[in-house]
Design a binder for this molecule. Structure first.
Ligand code: GTQ
Ligand code: FE2
Length: 364
């Protein structure tokens, strides 16, 4: 942070010794000078420790299955969840500085006991069925393509109704909550408190009617009261955007690129206070612009094949693969065939703090 007019000459040996002593005394006094670290602490633009990375479903699932054979699920361990650890984050079980992403595996007829915690959570199901997650006593069916919410401090447990195992992904704000020292946790019932298996949760029956809000729920809530966002709705909304585009009505976010955000109907904003969830559909041959965005985003390929190009490097992806795009990385998405992508990110945190920035680099 010096220039030619202010840069001091090389210190003489006396000054060098005095400077060493000063730095030693800083350390002894639990003090650190800004000037030796300013490039790292106050960069011109974000340079994340997290790196762009892809986990293959073909690698994740067999390892989760092995855990299913060897590791019981129950009180104490709570969940058979295996976190995706970003190689840039020093061995922490974090996919990005703010987000946790895990594959969770529940064998036939297994039960993951109820508990609650400050951390906000969701599940997304890329394949399988047969598990109900019970959120505050409300049984919520988990099926392919569904987004299930467990907002902070809601009791939740999972139980597999069938003899077949099921795997899904979890997204939570565990790293952010850890970093801010804001976590609380409580055990609940060892069995789920309602073992019934209704098609629709009570939350959906009350809340999930398009454009309609119950008059018993007029207050704004920090998290969505809808426990399950069903695939049939997501699929239909995306298909309609592409049909409208074909009919000459602007509806897509880019050419051949349909996208929706899951929202909290009490605010019109993100489903969770810390996590944004969206879904993208690209027609075969379509590509997005190259965009940099503050905050980290994680994608899971729901179906199809394509590639992410992140900071100039191409990562081919297919069904189930999970991709993390770190803050301010330049990313574009390319579809070889129709590409369906579930996405989640930490943008609600960033926007609340007014740190949001995006830069569209180039059209493809
Ligand atoms: O299913 O309740 O991946 O509490 C991490 C923490 C899942 C869960 C995770 C959790 C859960
Ligand atoms: Fe949990």
């Amino acid at each position: 942070m010096t220039d030619a007019t202010t840069a001091p000459d090389a210190p003489n040996p006396e000054d060098a010794a005095a400077l060493d002593a000063l730095y030693g005394d800083f350390a002894a006094g639990n003090m650190m000078p800004l000037w030796t670290d300013i490039g790292d602490l106050m960069p011109a633009a974000p340079h994340p420790s997290a790196i762009p990375f892809v986990w293959r479903w073909a690698d994740l699932l067999p390892l989760a299955q092995r855990a299913g054979e060897l590791v019981p699920v129950g009180r104490g361990g709570e969940r058979r969840a295996i976190a995706l650890a970003n190689p840039g984050l020093g061995g922490r079980p974090y996919i990005s500085p703010t987000l946790w992403c895990a594959i969770q595996y529940l064998g036939g007829h297994e039960v993951a006991p109820e508990h609650r915690h400050s951390q906000n959570a969701f599940r997304f199901v890329v394949e399988g069925e047969g598990v109900w997650t019970v959120v505050n006593g409300d049984p919520v069916r988990m099926s392919r393509g569904d987004l299930l919410l467990t907002p902070g401090w809601n009791f939740h447990g999972h139980h597999n109704e069938t003899a077949n195992p099921m795997a899904w992904i979890d997204g939570l704000d565990i790293p952010f909550v850890h970093y801010t020292d804001t976590a609380f946790f409580e055990y609940g019932s060892e069995r789920v408190t309602d073992e019934s298996t209704p098609d629709l949760s009570r939350s959906e029956r009350l809340w999930a009617h398009p454009g309609l809000r119950p008059l018993t729920g007029l207050a704004a809530a920090a998290s969505s009261p809808i426990a399950a966002y069903r695939w049939e709705h997501t699929d239909r909304a995306l298909a309609a955007q592409l049909e409208l585009e074909d009919e000459g009505h602007p509806a897509t976010v880019g050419p051949g690129h349909a996208a929706v955000r899951y929202i909290n109907p009490t605010t019109g904003r993100d489903v969770l206070p810390t996590i944004r969830a969206q879904f993208h559909r690209l027609r075969g041959g379509a590509a997005t612009s190259t965009v940099r965005e503050v905050g980290s985003t994680v994608y899971q390929v729901f179906s199809g094949r394509g590639a992410f190009v992140i900071d100039g490097q191409e990562h081919p992806v297919s069904t189930g693969d999970i991709v993390v795009v770190p803050s301010w990385a330049a990313a574009s998405i390319h579809a070889d065939e129709q590409l369906d992508l579930f996405a989640f990110g930490d943008q609600p945190i960033i926007e609340k703090l007014d740190f949001d920035r995006t830069l569209t680099e180039a059209a493809n």
